[in-house]
Design a protein around this ligand. Structure first.
Ligand SMILES: Nc1ncnc2c1ncn2[C@@H]1O[C@H](COP(=O)(O)OP(=O)(O)OP(=O)(O)O)[C@@H](O)[C@H]1O
Ligand SMILES: [Mg+2]
Length: 510
C-alpha cells in the first residue's frame, strides 16, 4: 500500500535531498509550442546526468531555464532542495550554475581572454581590468583543458572547434557547482573530445554536478552515470545508465525501435559530373584531384583539421585556390564565388550551419525556397502555394519538426535548424551537393531519414560529396572514400578496402 502511495506522488513533489540542483514539474510554452510539460530532473554532486531526446524534445529549453535565460511558466527550481528561482542569468551564476550552450554566445571582436572573463575579469587596485592578469589566467585555464590557444587572438580568427574550447574555458572560469554542456563535442575533433572527457572526469572528481546533452550514444554510455529522457517536452524516464541498454534508451527517446542500418543502395556511378585537378591552397591543402560521377556518394574522411572543409569551401568559391581546375559535366568552369558554383549546379551545406546557413528571422518555408525562387516563380510572380509545397516536401523528407512552416527558423531547436539548411540546398535540385557533416547534431531517428533521402537522391542521379568524421556513416553511405591527411589525399578506398581500421590508419598516417 505504502509503495503505491509513493508511486502515485507526482514527481515534482519528490524533493531530493542529495540533489544539488533540481527541476520539479517545470512547464514552458512558446507561442504555438508546448516545449516542456511538467518535467523533472535532478543533478547530483560528482555525477554526470545525460539528457537525451530527439531534436525539439526540449533539452536546450531546460538548459536555458537552468541558466536564467528563460522563465518557466510553472514548476520550481530547487538548489540543495530549497526553491530558488533564477530570474536572471546572473542569479543562476550566483548559485554556481554555468553552461556551455549549443549555440555558443561569444563575441567575435573580442579576444579569447576577454571572451573568457567577460563580466568577471580580474581587476587591479584601481578597479580597472588587469589585462596582463586576464591573459595569464586565460592561458592557464586554456592549458588546463589542453587547448594551446593564444589568449590574445581575436575570436573571429578562430575555427569553430577552438571557439568551442573558449566557451568551455569561459564556463570553467566561473567557480561552478553545476556545469551544463549542450552537445559539447559536436564541434570538436577526436583529440579534443578525449580531452573533454578527461575534463568531465576531473569535474566529477571535484564533486561538481554535470548535465550532459548529446546525440551520441557511445559517449553517453562512456561518461554518464544517470540518464533522463524527454520526448515532445515530456519526461519519459530516468535512472542509472548501468540499468539501461542503448536499444532501450533509443526506444524511450523515439518511441519506436530504430535500426542503425544504412539504406540499401545499388551503386550506379554514371558519367563524370565533377572533375577536380590539382587544387591547391598556400596553407590549407595541396594537390587535390578526383572525379565524381553521377549518382555516386563519395565520402571524404579525415581527422578534423585534415583540410577537408577548407577544400570544400574553396571548391564552392568561398575561398580562392592558388592552383587547380574544375570541370563540370566535361566543361571547364571557373568558380570565383558561391554564386558561380550554384550557377554550375554545385551547392555546399557547411558544417557550421547556424552561422552560415539560415536566416533566423525568416520563416522556415522562405528559408528553404530562397535559393530556388528563380525556378518556382512565374513571370516575376512568386507562387506561394508552390513555395509551401516545395518546403513541405523537403522538410517531411528530412524529418523536420516544427509547429508550422511559418515558424521562424530562430525559434527552432538546433537540430531542426540544421535540417532547414540541408533542405534549402537540396531543394535547388543541384547536380552536385557537398554535405559537410550532414548529421551532426541530428537525432538518431532523423539521422536515418537524412540518410535515406540522400540515398534516394543519389539514385535519381544527384552526385554527393559527404564529409564526415563518423566512421559508421562514412562506411554505411559511401560508394567510395577519399581519405585526407594534412591537406592532401592519402588514400582512395573502394569495396573491400572500406574497413574502419583502414580508414583510421590512413587518416592518422600509421
Ligand atoms: N524562443 C523560442 N520561441 C519559440 N519556440 C521555441 C523557442 N525555443 C525553443 N522553441 C521550441 O521549443 C521546442 C524545444 O526546443 P529545444 O531547443 O529545447 O529542443 P532540443 O531538445 O534542444 O533539440 P535539439 O536536439 O535539436 O537541439 C522546439 O519545438 C522549439 O522549436
Ligand atoms: Mg538543443
Amino acid at each position: 500500500m505504502l509503495q503505491q502511495t509513493q508511486k502515485s506522488l507526482p514527481r515534482g513533489d519528490r524533493s531530493d535531498p542529495q540533489a544539488i540542483l533540481a527541476l520539479a514539474d517545470i512547464s514552458k510554452t512558446f507561442p504555438g509550442v508546448k516545449a516542456l510539460s511538467g518535467v523533472s530532473l535532478s543533478l547530483y554532486p560528482g555525477k554526470v546526468t545525460a539528457l537525451v531526446g530527439e531534436n525539439g524534445a526540449g533539452k536546450s529549453t531546460v538548459v536555458k531555464i537552468l541558466t536564467g535565460i528563460y522563465q518557466p511558466d510553472g514548476g520550481s527550481i530547487l538548489v540543495d532542495g530549497v526553491p530558488a528561482p533564477f530570474p536572471t542569468p546572473q542569479a543562476a551564476a550566483d548559485q554556481g550554475v554555468t553552461a556551455i550552450h549549443q549555440e555558443t554566445v561569444l563575441f567575435d571582436e573580442l579576444s579569447v581572454a576577454e571572451n573568457i572573463f567577460l563580466g568577471h575579469a580580474p581587476r587591479n587596485s584601481w578597479g580597472l581590468i588587469d589585462r596582463k592578469k586576464t591573459t595569464e589566467k586565460a592561458r592557464a585555464l586554456l592549458s588546463s583543458i589542453g587547448a594551446a590557444l593564444d589568449p590574445e587572438l581575436r575570436l573571429k580568427d578562430l575555427g569553430i572547434a577552438n571557439k568551442h574550447l573558449v566557451a568551455i574555458a569561459r564556463a570553467l572560469s566561473i567557480e561552478a557547482r553545476v556545469v551544463i554542456m549542450d552537445e559539447p563535442t559536436a564541434a570538436l575533433s577526436q583529440k579534443e573530445i578525449e580531452e573533454l572527457y578527461e575534463l568531465v572526469e576531473s569535474l566529477k572528481a571535484q564533486g561538481r554536478a554535470i548535465l550532459f546533452i548529446s546525440h551520441k550514444f557511445d559517449e553517453i554510455f562512456r561518461i554518464a552515470d544517470n540518464y533522463t529522457v524527454f520526448r515532445d517536452g515530456q519526461l519519459i524516464g530516468d535512472g542509472a545508465i548501468a540499468d539501461v541498454s542503448e536499444a532501450e534508451l533509443v526506444k524511450m527517446m523515439v518511441g519506436r525501435d530504430v535500426s542503425q542500418i544504412f539504406p540499401e543502395r545499388e551503386p550506379s556511378a554514371g558519367d563524370p559530373v565533377l572533375t577536380v585537378e590539382g587544387y591547391a591552397h598556400p596553407t590549407e591543402f595541396d594537390d587535390i584531384s578526383f572525379t565524381l560521377r553521377k549518382g555516386e556518394i563519395l565520402g571524404f574522411y579525415g581527422l578534423v583539421g585534415a583540410g577537408r572543409s577548407e577544400f570544400m569551401q574553396s571548391l564552392f568559391g568561398i575561398t580562392r585556390p592558388s592552383a587547380g581546375s574544375v570541370e563540370v559535366g566535361g566543361r571547364k568552369v571557373s568558380i570565383r564565388s558561391p554564386a558561380d558554383a550554384v550557377d554550375n549546379g554545385i551547392v555546399y551545406v557547411p558544417e557550421d550551419r547556424g552561422k552560415q546557413g539560415a536566416v533566423l528571422d525568416l520563416p522556415i518555408f522562405q528559408n528553404i525556397t530562397l535559393p530556388s525562387l528563380g525556378r518556382i516563380s512565374r513571370g516575376g510572380f512568386l507562387r506561394l502555394a508552390e513555395e509551401f509545397r516545395l518546403a513541405r516536401e523537403y522538410t517531411e523528407r528530412l524529418d523536420l519538426r516544427a509547429a508550422s512552416l511559418d515558424t521562424h527558423v530562430g525559434n527552432l531547436s538546433g537540430g531542426n535548424q540544421q535540417k532547414v539548411v540541408i533542405a534549402k540546398w537540396l531543394a535547388t535540385q543541384p547536380r552536385v551537393i557537398i554535405l559537410d557533416e550532414p548529421t551532426k547534431g541530428v537525432d538518431i531517428g532523423s539521422k536515418a531519414a537524412v540518410h535515406e533521402f540522400m540515398a534516394e537522391l543519389a539514385a535519381q542521379g544527384l552526385a554527393v560529396i559527404m564529409v564526415s568524421s563518423e566512421i559508421p556513416e562514412v562506411l554505411g553511405m559511401s560508394d567510395r572514400v577519399i581519405v585526407m591527411r594534412e591537406g592532401r589525399i592519402v588514400a582512395e578506398l573502394t569495396d573491400t578496402e572500406l574497413q574502419p581500421e583502414t580508414l583510421v590508419r590512413h587518416a592518422a598516417g600509421i
